[in-house]
Design a protein around this ligand. Structure first.
Ligand code: NAD
Ligand code: DAU
Length: 369
C-alpha cells in the first residue's frame, strides 16, 4: 500500500492518473495538491473528492512549509509530480511562470520531500517526476529515436524549464540520496485535456464551426500516447523500477499533425452523421449541413522555434517492465471524440473567461502574416 501525493492532480494527466490509481489501487490514500491555475479543473476529479477517494488540497508546490507539513501530516511515502505550466505557446508568450513553477517549484518540492523524509528509510519512499520527450529536442526525419541517454537539447522555454527540472531531480538523487525516478513521455491525449492543446482544441472547434488552426505546413510529427497507457506506465515504474532510473514512454508511433486532425474531422463527421440528435445539438458543425469538418482546416503562422519531430525509444520500458502503449491511435482518437461529445458540460465552461482571452490573443496574431 502507498500513501500518494499527486501534485497537479486537477490537470489533464494528473486527473486521469487519480481516476486510474483509485481504480487500480482502491486501498491507497491519495492526496492531490494543486494550485488550480487556469489549467486546473476540480470538475475533472469531483466524483473522487465527493466519494472521499481523493483528498484535495489547494496549494503551490513552491510553498515549502505547506508542502512539508502536508507530507508529514498525511504520512506521504510516494510523490508523483505532474504540477507544471505545460503549454508551449504560453511559454513563448511569457516564459517566467514556467521557470517559477517548473524549475523553482520542482526544487522546492524536492527540498520539502528531502526534509520530510529525512527521518525515514529512504528505500521505502519514492519521488516520481513526470517529464517530457521535448527535453531531447527536435529530430530530423531519419534521426534515430531518443533514448534515455540522449543529450538534452530543449527548444522552447517550456522544454528548457522541464529539462532544468529533470537535472534538479537527478541532482537531488545523487547528492542527497533521494529515491527518485523520472519518466519522459510523448504527447498525451484523452479525456479532460484542456482545449488549448491541439486535439481537444480541434474537436471543440469543429463542434462550433470554428477554424482548425494548423501551424505551418502541419507536417510536424508527434507520437500520440493515450493518457491511460501513460498512467499504466507510471504505475509499473512505481512498482518495479529501482530508484535513480529514467524511463521513456512513447505512444502509438509518429503521425503528422495534419493527418491526426484530418482523422479527428472524419470521426466527428461520422459521429454526427450517425446520431441526428447530436447533429441538431451542434448546428454550427459543418457535418450538420453535410459538409466535411476538414473544410475548417486553416494553415496559420507557425510556432516560433517549432520542433519538427519527437520520437522516443521506449524499448527499455517494454523490455524491462513489460509495458507498452496498447491503445491504437484510431481507437484512442475515436474514444476521445466520444468523450468530448458526451462531456460538453466539462468543456463548455472553459471556453469563457481566461480561455476566451487567450484564444482571442493567439489566433489574430497567427493569421497576421
Ligand atoms: P496541465 O496543464 O493540464 O495541468 C497542470 C496542473 O498543474 C494544473 O492542474 C495546474 O493547476 C497545476 N499547477 C500548475 N502550477 C502549479 C503549482 N505551482 N503548484 C501546484 N499545482 C500547480 O498539464 P498536463 O498536460 O496534465 O501535464 C502534466 C505533466 O506532464 C506536466 O509536468 C507536463 O510537463 C508533463 N507532460 C505533459 C504531456 C502532455 O502531452 N500533456 C506530455 C509530456 C509531459
Ligand atoms: O511532447 C510532449 C509535450 O506535448 C508536452 O510536454 C507538453 O506539455 C504538451 O503541451 C505537448 O506539447 P505540444 O506543443 O506538442 O502540444 P500542442 O497540443 O500544443 O501541439 C501539438 C502539435 O500541434 C505541435 O506540433 C503544435 C501543433 N499545433 C498546436 C496548436 C495548439 C497546431 O498546429 N495548431 C494549434 O492550434
Amino acid at each position: 500500500m502507498r500513501r500518494l501525493l499527486v501534485t497537479g492532480g486537477a490537470g489533464f494527466i494528473g486527473a486521469n492518473f487519480c481516476h486510474y490509481w483509485t481504480r487500480a489501487h482502491p486501498a491507497d490514500p491519495v492526496v492531490v495538491l494543486d494550485l488550480l491555475t487556469y489549467a486546473g479543473n476540480l470538475a475533472s476529479i469531483a466524483p473522487l473528492i465527493d466519494s472521499q477517494r481523493v483528498r484535495f488540497v489547494r496549494g503551490d508546490i513552491a510553498d515549502r512549509a505547506r508542502v512539508e507539513a502536508l507530507l508529514l501530516a498525511e504520512r506521504i511515502d510516494t510523490v508523483v509530480n505532474f504540477a507544471a505550466e505545460s503549454h508551449v505557446d504560453r511559454s513563448i508568450e511569457d516564459p517566467q511562470g514556467f521557470l517559477r513553477t517548473n524549475v523553482l517549484g520542482t526544487q522546492v518540492l524536492l527540498e520539502a520531500v528531502r526534509h520530510a523524509w529525512a527521518a525515514h528509510a529512504m528505500q521505502e519512499r519514492r519521488f516520481h517526476h513526470v517529464s517530457t520527450d521535448e527535453v531531447y529536442g527536435s529530430l530530423e526525419p531519419t534521426d534515430p529515436a531518443s533514448t534515455e541517454s540522449s543529450p538534452y537539447a530543449p527548444s522552447s522555454p517550456y522544454a528548457a524549464s522541464k529539462a532544468a527540472a529533470d537535472h534538479l531531480v537527478r541532482a537531488y538523487a545523487r547528492t542527497y540520496g533521494l529515491p527518485c525516478t523520472i519518466s519522459n513521455c510523448s504527447n498525451n491525449y484523452g479525456p479532460y485535456q484542456f482545449p488549448e492543446k491541439l486535439l481537444p482544441l480541434c474537436i471543440v472547434n469543429m463542434l462550433q464551426g470554428h477554424a482548425l488552426p494548423i501551424y505551418g505546413d502541419g507536417l510536424q510529427i508527434r507520437d500520440w500516447l493515450h493518457v491511460e497507457d501513460h498512467c499504466r506506465a507510471i504505475d509499473a515504474i512505481l512498482s518495479a523500477s529501482a530508484a535513480g532510473e529514467t524511463w521513456n514512454v512513447g505512444g502509438a508511433g509518429g503521425d503528422t499533425n495534419l493527418a491526426v486532425v484530418q482523422a479527428l474531422c472524419d470521426l466527428v463527421d461520422a459521429a454526427l452523421a450517425a446520431d441526428g440528435s447530436l447533429a441538431q445539438h451542434f448546428p454550427q458543425s459543418p457535418s450538420t449541413s453535410g459538409r466535411s469538418s476538414r473544410d475548417l482546416i486553416q494553415h496559420v503562422r507557425d510556432r516560433p522555434g517549432h520542433d519538427r519531430r519527437y520520437c522516443v525509444d521506449s524499448s527499455k520500458l517494454r523490455e524491462r517492465l513489460g509495458v507498452s502503449a496498447g491503445t491504437a491511435l484510431g481507437a484512442g482518437l475515436a474514444a476521445t471524440v466520444q468523450w468530448y461529445l458526451a462531456n460538453e458540460a466539462w468543456w463548455r465552461p472553459i471556453l469563457s473567461g481566461e480561455y476566451r482571452d487567450w484564444y482571442a490573443r493567439q489566433y489574430p496574431q497567427r493569421h497576421a502574416d
